[in-house]
Design a protein around this ligand. Structure first.
Ligand SMILES: [Zn+2]
Length: 461
C-alpha cells in the first residue's frame, strides 16, 4: 500500500513503526461555529483511511481533536454575550450530531484542548527548561524557531520564507519575528488558566503536540489535516514535539485538498459557505459521499450547483439495478472477488477513491447485461458491491427506501417553458405589464424564473 507523504513529497510504501499497529492523528475542528462542508470532507477522508487500514488488518488508534479555546471562539462568545466554554461545548455537540448523520464514525479518542491544560503547561515548561522556549515579562511564552534546525522541512521553506503568511500579533517582546506563541497571556474579559507565567491560555499549535504526546506517545504513524495546515500549524507541531523528544514525530504526513465553491474560495466574506447540517437536510448522506469521493483526497474539490444532483442521479440509477436484482429472488452468499480486489488496488494507491468509484459504472453495466440474460451470477456482483463499497459509505441502504427517499428534480413541463419564453420576449420588448402577468401565471402554477445576464432559469418553488 502506498501513501503520499508530504514530508518526503512522494508516494511511499506504508510501513508502520510497530508491526501492525497504527497510530493516527488528524487535526479536527476549531468549534467557533457550526460544521461546514470543508470540515465534512476532512472528517470523511480520515474516517475512510482509518476504515481501510482496519480492513487491511491494522490495529488502528485514531485520535481527533477539537480546538475548543482560541481567538475566534472567544470573539464569537463575546459577541453573543456567553461564556467561551459554553459556546464551544454547544458547537461540539452540534458538530458531533452532524458527523453522525453523515456516517462518520467516532474516533478512538476525541480530544479537547481545554482538557489538557495541565499537560500543556508541563510540556511548555520542558521546552523552556531545554532552552527551546522563553517566557516574557508580560507572561507570554514563545518557541524559539532558530533553535530548531529542521524548521521548514515539512513545508519546504527557508526561515525567510516562513515569515510570509504568518500573522504578526501582540508580539512586542518576541526575540525574533519567527518565534510563535506557546502560551498567551490573558487579555481582559478572556477565558484563562493559572500558569507559572501568569494567567493565560495555550496557543493553537501546542495543543496538538501535547495531545499527541500524552495520548499516543512520542511518535505516531500518520498525522493528517487539511493542506492549509501544513504551514505554520504542522511545521510548528514538528518543531515543538521533536525538540522535546529528539525523535521524528510523525512518519507520514497526509494532507487533503481544499474546498472551492463554484471555483471560489469558501469564506464568510463571500457568503458562500455550505453548512453540513443544511446539506444533510437537502441530500442523503450517500449522495454527499458519492459526490465528494469522486475527487481524489489530495485535490481541491470544486462544489458546483449540479454536483450533488448529478451524484443523486447516478446513485438512483445504481440502486434501481440493485432493486431489480433483489426482485429476482436469488439467494446466495457468493461474491465476485474481482470487484473487491480491484477496489483494494485503487485504495492501495494512496486511497484513490475516485478510481474505486469510477469502476462502478462498468460493474453496473455488466450487471444490467446479466439481468437481461437472466444470468444468475449477477448475484455475486451484487454481493461484492454491497460488501466492498460499504467502506466508502455507499450502498448501505435498503434499495426501496433509497429510491423512495431520493427524487430527482422534476422536469419542467412544456407549458411552463412556453410561458417563460413568452415572458422573456415581453421583457425584451420592454412590455413590463405583460412580462409581470406571465410571471405571475408561472408562480400560480408553482414555478418561478430567475433572470441571468443573457438568459433565464426556471425553477420550481
Ligand atoms: Zn493540529
Amino acid at each position: 500500500m502506498k501513501i503520499y507523504n508530504t514530508l518526503t513529497r512522494k508516494k511511499e510504501e506504508f510501513q508502520p513503526l510497530n508491526d501492525n499497529s497504527v497510530k493516527m492523528y488528524a487535526c479536527g475542528i476549531t468549534v467557533s461555529g457550526e460544521a461546514h462542508i470543508g470540515h465534512a470532507i476532512q472528517a470523511v477522508i480520515f474516517d475512510i483511511i482509518r476504515k481501510y487500514l482496519e480492513k487491511k488488518g491494522y490495529n488502528v488508534t485514531y485520535a481527533r481533536n477539537y480546538t475548543d479555546v482560541d481567538d475566534k471562539i472567544i470573539a464569537k462568545a463575546n459577541e453573543l454575550g456567553i461564556d467561551a466554554t459554553e459556546l464551544a461545548r454547544a458547537n461540539i455537540k452540534k458538530t458531533d450530531e452532524d458527523m453522525l448523520r453523515l456516517g462518520v464514525d467516532e474516533a478512538t479518542m476525541t480530544l479537547k484542548a481545554t482538557e489538557h491544560i495541565k499537560q500543556i503547561i508541563e510540556f511548555v515548561q520542558i521546552l523552556i527548561d531545554k532552552n527551546y522556549a522563553y517566557s516574557t515579562e508580560k507572561g507570554d511564552v514563545y518557541f524559539s524557531v532558530e533553535k530548531f534546525k529542521d524548521y521548514g522541512k515539512l513545508s519546504n521553506r527557508t526561515l525567510e520564507d516562513a515569515l510570509d503568511g504568518v500573522r504578526v500579533e501582540n508580539e512586542e517582546n518576541k526575540k525574533s519575528p519567527y518565534d510563535f506563541a506557546l502560551w498567551k497571556s490573558a487579555k481582559p474579559n478572556e477565558i484563562f488558566w493559572e500558569s507559572p507565567w501568569g494567567k493565560g491560555r495555550p496557543g493553537w499549535h501546542i495543543e496538538c503536540s501535547v495531545m499527541n504526546y500524552y495520548n499516543l506517545g512520542e511518535q505516531i504513524d500518520i498525522h493528517g489535516g487539511g493542506r492549509d495546515l501544513i504551514f505554520p500549524h504542522h511545521e510548528n507541531e514538528i518543531a515543538q514535539t521533536e525538540s522535546l523528544t529528539g525523535k521524528q514525530f510523525a512518519k507520514y504526513w497526509v494532507h487533503n485538498g481544499l474546498v472551492r465553491i463554484n471555483g471560489q474560495k469558501m469564506s464568510k466574506s463571500l457568503n458562500n459557505s455550505i453548512y453540513l447540517n443544511d446539506l444533510l437536510n437537502q441530500y442523503d448522506r450517500e449522495v454527499i459521499k458519492f459526490a465528494l469521493l469522486q475527487t481524489n483526497y489530495r485535490n481541491d474539490i470544486n462544489i458546483t450547483e449540479g454536483l450533488f444532483e448529478n451524484s443523486k442521479k447516478h446513485l438512483l440509477a445504481f440502486y434501481k439495478i440493485l432493486k431489480e436484482i433483489e426482485e429476482l429472488g436469488f439467494n446466495s452468499n457468493e461474491t465476485n472477488k474481482q470487484i473487491d480486489e480491484e477496489f483494494n488496488e485503487a485504495m492501495d494507491d494512496d486511497f484513490n477513491t475516485a478510481k474505486a468509484l469510477a469502476k462502478l459504472y462498468g460493474y453496473f453495466k455488466t450487471m444490467q447485461q446479466k439481468l437481461l440474460k437472466k444470468d444468475d451470477t449477477v448475484i455475486k456482483d451484487y454481493n461484492a458491491i454491497r460488501e466492498t463499497y460499504r467502506l466508502l459509505g455507499i450502498f448501505t441502504q435498503n434499495s426501496d427506501e433509497f429510491i423512495k427517499n431520493n427524487k430527482l428534480e422534476t422536469e419542467i413541463p412544456n407549458e411552463i417553458k412556453e410561458l417563460a419564453k413568452q415572458r422573456w420576449q415581453a421583457k425584451q420588448d420592454k412590455n413590463w405589464v405583460e412580462s409581470d402577468r406571465l410571471r405571475l401565471l408561472m408562480q400560480q402554477k408553482g414555478y418561478d424564473i430567475k433572470d441571468l445576464k443573457d438568459d433565464y432559469e426556471i425553477f420550481s418553488k
